[in-house]
Design a protein around this ligand. Structure first.
Ligand SMILES: Nc1ncnc2c1ncn2[C@@H]1O[C@H](COP(=O)(O)OP(=O)(O)OP(=O)(O)O)[C@@H](O)[C@H]1O
Length: 280
């Protein structure tokens, strides 16, 4: 067991209940504090990988180590405690529609609170300033008391991210966290996740649709296709040819946020990326 790794997958495979194989022979290590992006075409297995890492799905083959533990050997209570140290950001956050934004954000700490404090917070939000600060980082502070079913898909994604910023976990797992945001907001939101990692030492593993965002913000890029790792390299070493090969079946254009993609520019931006608000 490697205690220095926030996450380690050893020869992991996943077959969904209908017999569809989603992952095969995955070997991946995310050291504590590291920031790793997973990119790849539709159906590559990005969501499956993140769900296995989050223990939402149990691997069919291989071994998962999470924050120095073997999750599937733990008792129910110990597994819940381990999960409370991991922040999971969904593409479409599963937030009950009638919940208020403030309550949805405060729910990030539910795993750490006593049942009485958790119940009390559902009735009367206990740390409004904390929730507001997390939302402000994603330009959402003005929606604090809105109901979640009055929000757009992109606003809901930002509530899901604010919940994890508020949670301050040791490992952030983000599955296409900015897919519903416009390019400017997407850049800002990914920057805040990276800032959280820099400030708290949390490891960050995120699947991203846009390769320019991945190259700009992340230290390491994992290319996934057909459930297999095609490359795993520092962002500075990822070439256009590697990306074109990865997306070869999706046409000649690489998926990006910005309309024109300059790979050198994205990597230069990585070196010079300004620190978002939380880091200043
Ligand atoms: N619940 C499921 N049941 C059966 N097969 C599934 C299920 N979820 C995913 N799959 C299959 O597993 C493979 C990987 O899917 P996955 O959603 O992990 O890919 P992805 O890279 O996240 O795709 P996208 O970018 O389109 O979201 C695909 O072949 C998909 O059809």
């Amino acid at each position: 067991m490697n205690a220095e790794a926030a996450l380690a997958l050893h020869d992991v495979g996943l077959v969904h209940p209908n017999g569809q194989r989603a992952l095969q022979g995955i070997a991946l290590e995310v050291p504590r504090g590291a920031r790793v992006a997973v990119v790849g075409p539709s159906g590559a297995g990005k969501t499956s990988l993140l769900r296995v890492a989050a223990t939402a799905l149990r691997a069919s083959e291989g071994r998962v180590e999470l924050l120095g533990e073997h999750p599937w050997q733990l008792s129910g209570g110990a597994l819940r405690a381990l999960r409370s140290r991991v922040g999971l950001i969904h593409q479409a956050p599963p937030i009950p529609p009638r919940l208020r934004v403030v309550t949805a954000v405060l729910a990030g700490q539910l795993g750490h609170w006593s049942p009485w404090r958790a119940l009390g917070s559902l009735l009367v939000p206990s740390d409004i300033a904390g929730a507001e600060a997390a939302l402000a980082r994603l330009d959402m502070a003005d929606r604090l008391f809105d109901r979640c079913d009055r929000l757009s898909g992109g606003q809901l994604q930002r509530v899901g991210m604010a919940r994890v910023l508020y949670q301050a976990p040791e490992l952030i797992l983000a599955d296409e966290p900015v897919s519903a945001l416009d390019p400017t907001l997407a850049d800002m939101a990914v920057g805040e996740l990276v800032a959280q990692s820099r400030n708290t030492g949390a490891a960050l593993l995120a699947s991203l649709h846009a390769v320019d965002l991945a190259l700009k913000w992340f230290d390491r890029i994992v290319g996934l296709r057909g459930g297999v790792v095609v490359f795993d390299a520092p962002a500075a070493e990822v070439s256009r040819a590697m990306l074109q090969e990865l997306y070869a079946n999706e046409g000649s254009l690489l998926p990006t946020q910005a309309p024109s993609f300059d790979i050198e520019g994205a990597r230069d931006a990585n070196r010079a990326a300004p620190l978002p608000s939380a880091c200043r």
